[in-house]
Design a protein around this ligand. Structure first.
Ligand SMILES: *Cc1c(COP(=O)(O)O)cnc(C)c1O
Length: 370
């Protein structure tokens, strides 16, 4: 492989463009070091840790302008664990699930395996496009990814489909970067290693009164629910600023730092504006490049937090990613199972738009050198 050295004046200030885990600002790490003596290695049932959980929960309430009665519920195991918690504790009988990539498919598979539920309806679309809910009787949960991280497709959150069914969105990569009309959602859930610039292992669910009521009703119905996935336990613990079992204190701290940072900088609208600016920069570059083009053909579905960029045959995208990595610009590789000649670029709110612009210059330089 040609040994390409990108001139330092072209390099971004921070070379982390992963879709997740994603950039954790260095200032957060320094703040953690400062806070560590009274925080790390202390009990999660005592005030120093509970204060951080409270800081995160209050900050999220503000960031998402939660309507009255909505609650911030947290638990361990990341989004993947939350899918099973939702299967046990939020779907009464039958769900309709949107599948247009890896993550939508995984939740659909989890719901399909549950022996106590009816087989879900799955609305599907090819990677690079989106599937949309179809009103249907007998459905008690409609669920979709908000941003399909594997393909770089984001959907606008629609108006409610019905008054009785819960509207659930996987916001793992969308949260804090894409607009969300909370009143149209019942469960907006995510993990903090993407838009919240933190680490993994935690799930966060913003739940409406109807969702909280559903959790109570299913738990009281006699259905077998393993303790770890029991959402009534998660709700009770969250109200006390705790988790059922031991959480990662680092994850909670970084997430609280990012939420406070975003709230101070103008809240969700400002974070969305920053991601819009990064996305405009990147997609404009791709559209005018002779070798690159956005993978998602419909501009309205192109994600403003995770961009997927195809390359023409004459450019080996894997090699470009490899050279970028050797120069300290990391995690631009595409989602492995998509199998395209592509780069995937995380543009979460912690990523500077100037760094996204610098990245395009680096890609141009590498392509030219090859
Ligand atoms: C990353 C991701 C997940 C998986 O999250 P984990 O916390 O690793 O389980 C699920 N859904 C979406 C949309 C994601 O981007």
């Amino acid at each position: 492989m040609a040994d390409v050295r990108i001139p330092s004046k072209l390099l971004p200030k921070d070379g982390r463009f992963g879709a997740g885990p994603s950039k954790v600002p260095e200032s957060f790490v320094k703040s953690l070091v400062d806070a560590a003596p009274g925080f790390l290695g202390t009990s999660h049932r005592q005030p120093p840790v509970k204060r951080e959980v409270a800081r995160l929960r209050h900050g999220l309430r503000e960031l998402f302008s939660l309507p009255d009665g909505y609650e911030v519920v947290i638990g361990n195991g990341g989004t993947t664990a939350f899918w099973d918690a939702a299967v046990f504790g939020l779907i009464s009988q039958r769900a309709q699930l949107a599948n247009f990539g890896e993550f939508g498919a995984k939740f659909a598979a989890a719901a399909d395996k549950a022996p106590f539920l009816d087989a879900p309806t799955v609305v599907s679309a090819e990677p690079g496009s989106a599937a949309f809910f179809q009103p249907e009787s007998g459905i008690d949960v409609y669920a979709s990814p908000h941003n399909e991280t594997s393909t770089g497709v984001a959907i606008p959150i629609p108006q409610r489909i019905s008054d009785d069914a819960l509207m659930m969105y996987d916001g793992t990569s969308a949260a804090a970067g894409l607009p969300v009309p909370m009143s149209q959602t019942d469960v907006y859930y995510f993990a903090p290693q993407k838009g919240l610039a933190s680490e993994g292992g935690l799930w966060i669910a913003l739940m409406s009164p109807a969702a909280l009521e559903r959790v109570e009703r299913i738990a009281g119905s006699g259905r077998y629910i393993p303790d770890f996935f029991d959402l009534t336990t998660a709700v009770t613990n969250s109200r006390k600023d705790q988790t059922y079992n031991t959480p990662s204190l680092t994850t909670i701290f970084f997430a609280a730092e990012q939420v406070d940072t975003l709230n101070r900088a103008g809240g969700l609208d400002a974070a969305v504006a920053r991601c819009d600016a990064s996305a405009t920069t990147l997609y404009h570059w791709a559209e005018t490049s002779p070798v690159a083009s956005p993978f998602v053909s419909d501009p309205k579905l192109r994600s403003h937090v995770v961009a997927t960029i195809d390359f023409t045959e004459e450019v080996d995208a894997a090699k470009v990613a490899q050279i970028l990595r050797a120069n300290g610009v990391v995690d631009t590789e595409p989602y492995r199972k998509l199998g395209r000649n592509q780069l995937r670029i995380g543009m979460y709110p912690a990523v500077d738009t100037e760094d996204v612009a610098a990245l395009t210059g680096c890609i141009d330089y590498v392509v030219e050198a090859l």
